[in-house]
Write a protein that binds this ligand. Structure first.
Ligand SMILES: NC(=O)c1ccc[n+]([C@@H]2O[C@H](COP(=O)([O-])OP(=O)(O)OC[C@H]3O[C@@H](n4cnc5c(N)ncnc54)[C@H](OP(=O)(O)O)[C@@H]3O)[C@@H](O)[C@H]2O)c1
Length: 285
């Protein structure tokens, strides 16, 4: 199984990363250090996770060459608009204590995303950011953004797991040379996903865990995964997936699990847009 994927700007991105959503700042340095020691080279954080300082400290103290690590962070809606986003990019660099960020994403498709995108394009030219992308965008929104701006997104990070495989969006992104990246690749451990009988049987046959099968399935269909765990054994386990090759028959069986809707987010209602649009995080730019 491939360890990296080439983005549409020629930069290589690891296919398995470590996500730090919901990990408190005080715990983050230790778990990111464990992940780096286990071989992860992609770390996924966000301004809204309030743990960028600890992610940056783990990277800086790791002894690993900076150019071997692929660091992703995200701008939150409160910083959208060109001027605010420009300031927020400098804020992120400061909190992370980095000279550059490998991938910066618009966290949500709300507010003045176009102004923020222009600031992100300028930051690419200023070599503060290497690649820019989006998250939680519908494919029509990605199409519109790339039609009316200069730099095309390299990635759309969306919820993708066996219960919600997002087949149409994944195919559209691949057809347009944009890498689909799965958040919640193990369904945030909800909806009985770890005890699903089909996934369990396939896991047994490969002498792997259910979690490893969920990750391998996504990687095999060209989707980057960023599992999160705070447990050392699971952090290690979630990276030990490169030797799994699922058969066509197994891929078909997993395809049958499609529930055709999100169990975990459901962002497309006026209520959630209002809630997320009003959500403010307490970090300093
Ligand atoms: N762009 C966005 O809007 C967005 C939204 C959500 C997430 N994300 C990103 O995607 C990353 C991953 O998504 P996620 O954290 O929401 O969900 P996830 O990775 O699908 O699932 C995490 C859950 O699974 C458990 N888990 C992890 N590995 C396991 C294993 N091997 N066996 C059993 N249970 C396991 C974890 O528990 P323990 O920690 O207790 O092990 C945690 O409860 C995030 O950290 C974040 O970087 C982005």
């Amino acid at each position: 199984m491939k360890k990296t994927v080439k983005l549409n700007n020629g930069i290589e991105m690891p296919t398995v990363g470590y996500g730090v959503f919901q990990i408190p700042q005080e715990q983050t340095k230790q778990v990111v250090t464990e992940a780096l020691n286990d071989g992860y080279r992609l770390i996924d954080t966000a301004a809204g996770y309030l743990n960028e300082e600890a992610v940056g400290a783990a990277i800086n103290d790791s002894g690993i060459n900076r150019d071997e690590i692929f660091l992703t962070t995200k701008l939150w809606v409160q910083d959208f608009g060109e001027e605010k986003a420009a300031k927020a990019i400098d804020g992120a660099l400061k909190r992370l204590d980095q000279d550059y960020i490998d991938l910066l994403l618009l966290h949500q498709p709300f507010g003045d995303t176009y102004g923020a995108w222009r600031a992100m394009e300028k930051a690419v030219k200023a070599e503060k950011i290497r690649s820019i992308g989006v998250s939680n965008f519908q494919s029509f929104q990605v199409q519109d953004l790339m039609m009316h701006n200069e730099i095309k997104p390299v990635v759309n990070q969306i919820e993708i797991n066996p219960l919600n495989p997002e087949n149409k969006n994944v195919q559209w992104l691949k057809d347009n040379d944009i890498v689909p990246e799965a958040w919640g690749p193990m369904g945030q451990a909800q909806a009985g996903i770890f005890t699903n009988p089909i996934l369990k049987k396939i896991a047994q046959d490969h002498q792997k865990t259910t979690g490893q099968i969920m990750l391998a399935w996504n990687i095999q269909r060209g989707v980057v995964v960023i599992p999160k765990s705070v447990h050392a054994n699971r952090i290690k386990e979630n990276f030990d997936v490169f030797d799994v090759e699922l058969t066509d028959e197994e891929m078909k069986q997993i395809a049958q699990l499609d529930q055709n809707h999100s169990y975990f987010s459901g962002l497309l209602t006026p209520d959630t847009v209002r809630t997320l649009g009003n959500l403010k995080f307490d970090y300093q730019n």
